[in-house]
Design a protein around this ligand. Structure first.
Ligand SMILES: *Cc1c(COP(=O)(O)O)cnc(C)c1O
Length: 306
């Protein structure tokens, strides 16, 4: 038994037609807490509980915090999530719905995270949102499912925040002997920490995140993500917030699934027939999901950018 579910893998007729190639979707938006994060965080939480953890602590008001809260409820382990004052009422409500203790503290994530770290006692486990090998192991199961299905893509498209999803997908590709399959690592222009790391050759800290794709808003990617980019054919691709938002709107119409702009960024490549897709005929897009943006919010952002 795992805490995550096996998700559908479907060929998208609309995206295949609009991009002129076969586009397959790994629908991780359908994980119960709304994103792929359940895979890695579920695996990490199970492991930490087996090692004796009595409480899980997180400082994410986004999909990572939701996945920790969900895992804690299923495992009967108490969860404390410290979030900054900027966190939306909806995110706080979703966390409370999972019976997590929510502590609202500080003007920014840095301050919330500091308090969270100070709360971690000897019998608690802090659950990092992206930089933990246990998370990568869990995320890799998504590629196991693709392999079991019998589909070998000739490129994978995914979104990058702190690089946890990238590390997991690379681990999965690697263990199926698919390590040379090209990966397009997508970020929005105002959250391009992986792009900056690729240019510098090591993780660098961005001064600020200016994108509305908050789930991609890690100022610095994990070291392992940059290591993978030295060993494997990973290409960094940037899209605008407007493209990501348009993709969310179109994906909702086409597949009846609402995703965050963080996920729309990857879908935008197929919707906009990006030149980066040109060499490939069978493309796997990781539909990473995201539960924190409402359709009203997405439309408000879209209207603002027009
Ligand atoms: C966390 C998240 C990402 C980015 O994942 P990283 O592991 O931080 O790179 C992308 N999309 C969604 C919806 C997320 O929740």
């Amino acid at each position: 038994m795992t805490l995550h579910v096996e998700t559908p893998l479907v060929e998208s007729r609309t995206l295949s037609l609009s991009s002129g190639r076969s586009v397959w979707l790994k629908l991780d938006a359908l994980q119960p807490p709304g994103s792929f994060k359940m895979r890695g965080i579920g695996h990490a939480c199970e492991t930490y509980r087996a090692r004796g953890a009595r409480r899980f602590v997180s400082s994410s008001g986004g999909n990572a915090g939701l996945a920790v809260a969900y895992a804690g409820r299923l495992l009967s382990v108490s969860v404390t999530v410290v979030v900054p004052q900027t966190t939306t009422a909806r995110a706080v409500e979703l966390l409370r719905q999972e019976h997590a203790e929510v502590v609202v503290h500080g003007a920014s994530w840095q301050e919330a995270n500091e308090l969270a770290q100070s709360l971690v006692g000897a019998s608690d486990a802090f659950i990092h949102p992206f930089d933990d090998p246990l998370l990568w192991q869990g995320h890799a199961t998504m590629i196991d499912e693709v392999a079991r299905f019998g589909l070998k893509p000739d490129a994978v498209v995914l979104s990058v925040g702190g690089g946890g999803l990238l590390c997991g997908v690379m681990e999965g590709l690697d263990r199926h002997g698919w390590g040379q399959v090209p990966v397009l690592a997508v970020e929005t222009q105002g959250a391009a920490s992986f792009n900056a790391a690729m240019k510098a050759g090591h993780p660098v800290e961005l001064e600020a995140i200016t994108s509305i794709a908050t789930s991609l808003g890690a100022k610095r990617v994990c070291e392992r993500a940059v290591q993978w980019s030295r060993e494997s054919p990973i290409q960094s691709v940037l899209v605008s917030d407007t493209s990501a938002l348009d993709a969310c709107e179109r994906f909702l119409a086409d597949h009846r699934i609402l995703v965050e702009p963080a996920c729309g960024a990857s879908l935008a490549l197929a919707y906009e027939k990006a030149p980066e897709l040109e060499p490939f005929s069978t493309i796997l897009v990781v539909v990473c999901g995201g539960a924190t943006a409402t359709i009203d919010q997405i439309r408000q952002w879209s209207a603002k950018f027009r």
